[in-house]
Design a protein around this ligand. Structure first.
Ligand code: GSH
Length: 233
């Protein structure tokens, strides 16, 4: 049975609630990278979620290369880079760093692009993992497996923040369709919000921009329909 869109958003909200506000605020940023970081990611993976929360909190843009199970577009590159199929895999073109292990990645990001402090929930070991696994469980396998899709010529762009349930359902679909995208994190109180409002006209996410078709849009339901229509097979 297919759930209505708002039921998916409600479950995505429960997922965010399970993480006690992780990935809600974008206020911990320090030094800025010159080039965007690159993350080989599975949206429904609890380890990847830890990293994406840190990216929102540190107010960092990141190129997302979706690597869902059964995916063919970026998995081979990730394996060639790091030698194994394990996600998350972070590549920082600014320093040459390449890291597996979500805890190591969060620590690296906090040290290089924040004040070195790791948020409380990310320091709670088993509680950290259990809550992130619970967040994934609420989404029941969404954002985990590849669906047949057409590759875009240029990466898409998404304005989002990790804890937003409307953004979550869009990121899940981008992952399933293996569509690469530049993720602009605009968490609450993020310094990046001003530039986003100047571009889009208002503060609302998700906001998708597709340079392949010149389409730009708000509204998660419309974005899902657009992605399925243009890139789904
Ligand atoms: N300890 C690792 C665990 C990462 C992990 O187990 N990731 C899973 C996805 S949730 C994975 O890479 N599975 C292999 C696959 O999807 O092919 C971390 O914290 O980053």
């Amino acid at each position: 049975m297919q759930l209505p869109h708002l039921a998916h958003v409600g479950l995505a909200l429960l997922a965010s609630a399970a993480r006690w506000g992780g990935g809600l605020y974008g206020t911990r940023g320090g030094a800025r990278p010159v080039q965007p970081l690159e993350l080989y990611d599975i949206e429904g993976c609890p380890y990847c979620r830890r990293v994406r929360e840190a990216l929102t909190e540190l107010d960092l843009p990141v190129m997302i290369f979706p690597c869902p199970k059964g995916g063919v577009r970026f998995r081979p590159k990730a394996e060639a880079l790091g030698g194994k199929a394990q996600f998350p895999l972070l590549v920082d073109p600014n320093t040459g760093a390449q890291l597996y292990e979500s805890r190591d990645i969060v620590r690296y990001l906090s040290e290089h692009y924040g004040d070195g402090a790791v948020p409380l929930i990310q320091r709670l070991g088993p509680v950290d993992l259990a809550t992130s696994a619970q967040a994934s469980a609420f989404r029941a396998g969404k954002g985990v497996r590849a669906r047949p899709s057409r590759a875009p010529e240029a990466p898409l762009e998404l304005y989002s923040f990790e804890a937003s349930p409307f953004c979550r359902v869009v990121r899940e679909r981008l992952c399933e369709l293996e569509l690469p995208y530049l993720l602009h994190n605009v968490g609450k109180r993020s310094p990046s919000r001003a530039a986003f409002i100047a571009r889009s006209g208002r503060m609302m996410v998700p906001y998708l921009a597709d340079p392949n078709t010149q389409q730009e849009m708000f509204e998660s339901a419309d974005i899902l329909e657009y992605l399925d229509g243009h890139y789904g097979r």
